[in-house]
Design a protein around this ligand. Structure first.
Ligand SMILES: C[S@@+](CC[C@H](N)C(=O)[O-])C[C@H]1O[C@@H](n2cnc3c(N)ncnc32)[C@H](O)[C@@H]1O
Length: 300
């Protein structure tokens, strides 16, 4: 596996140039220049989850924190760090059969490290597959945690607005509402005349995007945990300025990089499995051929 170039500027330039490099994120992240990245966006391996990584939940935080420290240094003052992660049921140890708290432990440690915990998003999957999960319903959501370098991250709500649910007549009626602000018995109220002032709606922090079950199949193989494009697209548009830099340290089949580039950001990633690097590179090459920005593909 090739090592990252020793000088920091070249490591970043190589990532942006190659799209996805074959390597260990732990090594590459240490070589990025300070305050150079607008958005780190990732779906790391979940605890125990897949053949490609078996990190026990009890050791997950210890495994993850060194990556987070390097990313904190490499993020610029208005930059963000977004991690999609999922809880799991412990399959051994004293918590066997219960939900393991590693996700919450990780969040608390990241905050202690100095990351600003800005928001928790819930990604719901309208097409979650039913199965047998003991005393549980099917798993139909995952977390997406938004951390930032400081209190004022770049945030473009207008880039992710969605159509209003109300019909045109209701919107017109509300705009003309002569009563304006309505005080309630509790002593507060809202200016309802401005509800529809933006032309489209705030999507909220629960985002519904169908899971991609037909995995990306390229000539070089396939990846088993491909993220839906809409998820990457939402956060790239929300948290990275046009022309800014997006890095995915656990690139897999390259979804975030493809989407970031499609939306005019500079992007690169790292992937430890050579086969997936091939998949991602093929996908990036295909994406270059069909580049055209699309409508945001989330349904609220
Ligand atoms: C959940 S998958 C990412 C999927 C990706 N978002 C996509 O859409 O294809 C996590 C990836 O992290 C990779 N990985 C695990 N440890 C790594 C490390 N230390 N450095 C780089 N990649 C790593 C795994 O091989 C796996 O492909």
């Amino acid at each position: 596996m090739p090592s990252p170039p020793a000088d920091h500027g070249s490591a970043l330039a190589t990532l942006l140039d190659e799209g996805v490099v074959w390597g260990d994120a732990g090594q590459w992240l240490k070589h990025l220049p300070d305050a150079s990245v607008d958005l780190f966006f990732m779906s790391p391996p979940y605890a125990d989850a897949r053949a490609y990584s078996k990190i026990p939940p009890d050791r997950y935080v210890e495994w993850f924190l060194p990556f987070a420290q390097s990313m904190l240094e490499a993020t610029n003052d208005t930059g963000s760090f977004v991690v999609n992660i999922k809880n799991r049921v412990a399959n051994s140890g004293p918590l066997k059969g219960q939900r393991h708290p590693y996700v919450y432990e990780l969040v608390l440690e990241l905050q202690r490290m100095g990351w600003w915990w800005i928001e928790t998003y819930i990604w719901t999957k309208p097409n979650a597959i039913p199965g047998r999960f003991g005393p549980r319903t099917k798993d139909a959501f995952e977390y997406v945690y938004h951390f930032a370098k400081g209190p004022k991250p770049y945030f473009d709500l207008d880039a992710v607005r969605v159509p209003y649910k109300a019909d045109a007549a209701e919107i017109a009626r509300r705009r003309k509402d002569a009563n304006g602000r309505r005080n309630t018995d509790a002593g507060f109220g809202r200016d309802r005349t401005r509800t529809y002032a933006h032309g489209s709606a705030d999507p909220g922090n629960v985002i519904a995007i169908s899971q991609t079950y037909n995995q990306y199949k390229g000539p070089a193989g396939q990846h088993t945990a491909v993220m839906p494009e809409g998820l990457a697209e939402f956060f790239v548009r929300l948290l990275c300025p046009a022309g800014g830099i997006v890095i995915d340290p656990f690139a897999g089949s390259g979804t975030s990089i493809v989407l970031a580039r499609r939306h005019g950001r500079r992007a690169g990633g790292i992937e430890i499995h050579a086969d997936y690097v091939e998949v991602a590179r093929r996908r990036l090459a295909d994406a270059r051929a069909e580049q055209s920005p699309e409508q945001l593909s989330i349904a609220i």
